[in-house]
Design a protein around this ligand. Sequence first.
Ligand code: AMX
Length: 437
Amino acid sequence: MDYIKQRIIEIGGPKAEMVKDLIKKHGDDVIQDVTLGQVLTGMKGMVSLLTCTSKLDPEEGIRFRGYSIPQLQELLPKLHQDGEPLPEGLFYLMLTGELPTKEDVNHISEQWALRAQGIPSHVFDVINALPKDAHPMIQFNSAILAMSTESQFRKAYLTGMDKKDYWAPTYEGVMDLISRLPVIAAYIYRRVFHNEQYIDIDPSLDWAANLSHMMGYDSIEVQRLMRLYMVIHADHEGGNVSAHATHLVGSALSNPYYSFSAGMNGLAGPLHGMANQNVMHWINKMLREIGTDSPSTSQIKDYAEMTLRNGQVIPGYGHAVLRKTDPRFTVQLEFAKKYAPDAPLIQLVDKIYQVVPDILEKTGKVKNPWPNVDAISGSLLSSFGITEYPIYTVLFGVSRALGVLTQLIWDRLYGLPIERPKSQNLQWFAEKVNYQP
Ligand code: AMX
């Protein structure tokens, strides 16, 4: 057995026992009161999920197994001393709760490069059957579903295995799926934007560098950017739409492909992962309508206010949990200032940052006026040559697989049951609070 699986058994076994024991001894203990407002406004702040891969603090931002992004930059194995952490290391950390060694990271890199080569040909047929102008997320998700024919979980389930072992075929499916996503994403990118000039995988490269390579970018800078991008988008606790959807569908024991596909359908929404593309759309429309590549802060202010007057959101700003500037925004801005300080788009992002929070604050209703991860990610990719913004949500999805699929393995380890919250009609809520119109 692979030594990582052995380690998962050692770590996961006692934790699974603890979950059972907690339910047995404290299943009826009250842990939180729930307000009507919480239920009717998206369950914000309502504790309803068990997730250990990462934790989101409203003021500080994300921590992966207790480590902040700056700490990860310091502690996770890197290819270059002054470089970005390898996403393989973050995956290992989220999976086991332990910091990986360089050998662990190399082992995962090798595993993924090997497994990436096993994509059945019908998956590419499915992509090719779609029109090229079908949004890349449609192509991406269709390919994920098509790969479900390979599900090891389904085969193992049908053999009648013991449910405490479900995590093992789930792990195999997750490893296959994560390894293959860069190939699929790059294939879609080259199909749609580069005249079907496909580039083969290079098994000597790490996972993120391979994605960059297969997309057609072999510079050290883009490889570094891709590693950073893949690390910071990987996980954001359990309640965000892509994680929660993956978890929910997975709770029916749907295989990793079905479960992840559900998460990706959620990521494709404009309030979630599609925001990274919409930010570029918003910026380009603004530049077109104002008629300049370098608008003044007062022109940006007028345009942002017009967006609000038209009843639209300003993409890249606001968050359901965060109440400060997203550290994932800050780390990208730092990267940009280091490697592309003169990029006009980065200067524009900086200018928008000076103007928009104040405007959102003045609405009196936006709970978080600060930029999120998507306010800059597209401008950063664009500044390094990846200008075709419909692919951005796909790249987000490749990264998000690391977190939500690790969560799925843990759902299986914990033996979590099918999810089935109670719903009530409007009258029930009105009666519950003695509502008087
Ligand atoms: N522009 C304009 N209005 C905004 C806004 C923004 N950026 N952010 C929030 N608001 C509005 C909401 O639409 C809501 O208006 P309503 O009362 O008229 O319906 C009001 O402010 C209160 O909303 P909230 O409690 O502050 O936010 P939320 O938790 O309901 O939603 C989010 C969070 C991210 C969906 C929202 O801030 C938003 O739409 N932002 C723009 C889209 C975006 O950038 N999404 C990406 C988020 C990160 C990610 O998942 N990748």
